[in-house]
Write a protein that binds this ligand. Structure first.
Ligand code: BLA
Length: 502
């Protein structure tokens, strides 16, 4: 399938679901809500009586359920919680996690990992982080990350999912068990991971859905509707039903995802799928989180390298211009001959030099009347000397003369009085995007008003006018410095000429 359509607007219904207060948990563990003053259990969820081996639990002291040692550890301010503990009346061992919701303590118990697991995880983490450091480029790093997380989690399909500028995302690397399909290079619309989920995943870095077909275990006794329990930090938090249907529609039985947070922002996720139910122990989750921390540091290092390389490249062009201007060339005589050089420097499809009524063009520029209009527009932006946009077709003037489409403009005002400026253009990029399913039907409401995610994740290709490649901060700064160089040279010559005339 294929169509030419503009990028879709966000699906705001998805953004409104209050996923932090589901009022229930996933049933592979149990949750105890404790009042720290009385140290009694005020609420709980899951099969507490059966799994902790007690007849009554609501309103009971925590110690009666978990025993004195674990209870003391929970209330000791700095103490770490013991692993693999069997409460006095229970027949199974648990790993325990402690979080807070306002004044309340949330104690989560989940099946314990076997102790040997930790011994194998630690060396693997160290090796993994080291391999990340040795990766030769960004893509190799992302491929390695998918491989390491698959080895650690044992999930069938592990994908590095990267958010794009419009909050849609793309699978940029994967590692898959033989026989399963790949979403590599496929795009997914922003509504697949709505805004409130993205915000939560910056705070809470790992989530696991061991069985996408589970029945939620509600909190009991119920609480007043206006005092819901904030479960933002809970590992057992029950998941959005829309997302569960999404996983079922994809044929996925278990899902886990690890946040890749860079500079405080969600850069992407490592999304893991398994085709039969599968949980992840606390140790494996912590291990994955540590690996993703190492990964995000390396991603940052590679991004810094690419910014540095770009700056060095631009600097060499600037040095050349500075040297030429030093050789006493008058900027107004010098610039007209430099348009091809400037187009190359700024990776522009076309460059126009406007000086008073004169317009000189090189490369792929809009029609002259458009250039005039854009020149007026750039001048009207006033204050700053440099103006940049990658979407002239959005707010501001349109510029879509047939065959000469330019949507990216980087303008340098050399002199407002003389109407003297340099305009660099970038053409619109018509991109073919492969989506995993039709993104324009990402959700539909049924007769009861309930939202349903799309049913098909079959490749669906679309041609999109994506705007021009954005001007990078380094390019804008280089343009600004170029303005400074030309201004200085121009003023120096003016003063010299004035002095000579006197
Ligand atoms: C959550 N959506 C998620 C999560 C992922 C995705 C990874 C985090 C939970 C998890 O780990 O499973 C999406 N999973 C993906 C994508 C890939 C993948 C893109 O593997 C690609 C490879 N989802 C919809 C629609 C809505 C929606 C239409 O498709 C809203 C109406 C909602 N997705 C939605 C919600 C959550 C979510 C609400 C949060 C679930 C939660 O944490 O409770």
């Amino acid at each position: 399938r294929s169509a030419v359509t503009p990028a879709q607007p966000p699906l705001t219904e998805c953004d409104r679901e209050p996923i932090h207060i589901p009022g229930s948990i996933q049933p592979h563990g149990v949750l105890l809500v404790v009042d720290p003053q009385t140290r009694c259990v005020t609420q709980g969820a899951g099969r507490i009586a059966e799994r902790l081996g007690v007849a009554v639990w609501a309103g009971q002291p925590l110690e009666a359920l978990l025993g004195p040692v674990l209870t003391a550890a929970i209330f000791s301010p700095a103490g770490s919680l013991p692993r693999n503990v069997t409460p006095p009346h229970a027949t199974e061992a648990f790993d325990v996690q402690l979080t807070h919701a306002g004044a309340e303590l949330l104690i989560e118990l989940e099946p314990a990992a076997t102790p040997e697991l930790m011994a194998t995880i630690l060396p693997r983490l160290e090796e993994g982080a080291q391999r990340f450091e040795q990766a030769g480029d960004m893509q190799s790093l992302l491929n390695l990350a998918a491989r390491e997380i698959r080895q650690l989690t044992g999930y069938d399909r592990v994908m590095v999912y990267r958010f794009l500028a419009d909050e849609a995302g793309k699978v940029v690397a994967d590692d898959i068990a033989p026989g399963h399909s790949s979403f590599l290079n496929h795009h997914f619309p922003a509504s697949d991971i709505p805004a409130q989920a993205r915000a939560l995943y910056v705070r809470n870095l790992v989530r696991v859905i061991p069985d996408a077909c589970y029945h939620p275990a509600p909190l009991w006794p119920p609480r007043p509707a206006d005092q819901p329990l904030d479960m933002s930090d809970c590992s057992l938090r029950s998941v959005s039903p829309v997302h569960l249907r999404y996983l079922q529609n994809m044929g996925v039985a278990a899902s886990a995802s690890f946040s890749i947070v860079k500079d405080g922002e969600l850069w992407g996720l490592i999304a893991c799928h398994h085709f039969s139910p599968r949980g992840l122990s606390l140790d494996v989750r912590n291990g994955g989180r540590a690996l993703c921390g190492a990964l995000s540091r390396q991603i940052r290092a590679w991004e810094d390298v690419s910014i540095y390389r770009e700056k060095v490249r631009l600097q060499s062009y600037e040095d050349q211009i500075a040297a030429d201007l030093q050789d006493e060339a008058a900027p107004e005589d010098f610039l007209p001959g430099q348009l091809p050089f400037l187009a190359e420097m700024l990776d522009a499809d076309g460059v126009a030099l406007v000086h008073g009524a004169a317009i000189l063009q090189h490369g792929r520029c809009p029609e002259t009347a458009e250039v005039e209009r854009l020149a007026d527009f750039a001048l009207a932006q006033g204050a700053g000397m440099v103006f940049a946009t990658d979407r002239l077709a959005g707010p501001g003037p349109r510029c879509d003369s047939p065959g000469q489409l330019a949507t990216g403009l980087l303008a340098l005002i050399l002199s407002a009085e003389e109407r003297w400026m340099l305009l660099c253009f970038r053409a619109d990029v018509l991109q073919t995007i492969n989506w995993a399913g039709n993104p324009h039907k990402a959700a539909s409401a049924d007769a009861t008003g309930q939202l349903n995610p799309r049913a098909s994740f079959q490749s669906w290709s679309e041609q999109v006018r994506g705007g021009a490649r954005p001007w990078s901060p380094a390019e804008k700064e280089a343009m600004q410095r170029l303005g400074g160089l030309i201004q200085t040279a121009w003023q120096t010559r003016r003063i010299r000429d004035l002095n000579r005339d006197l």
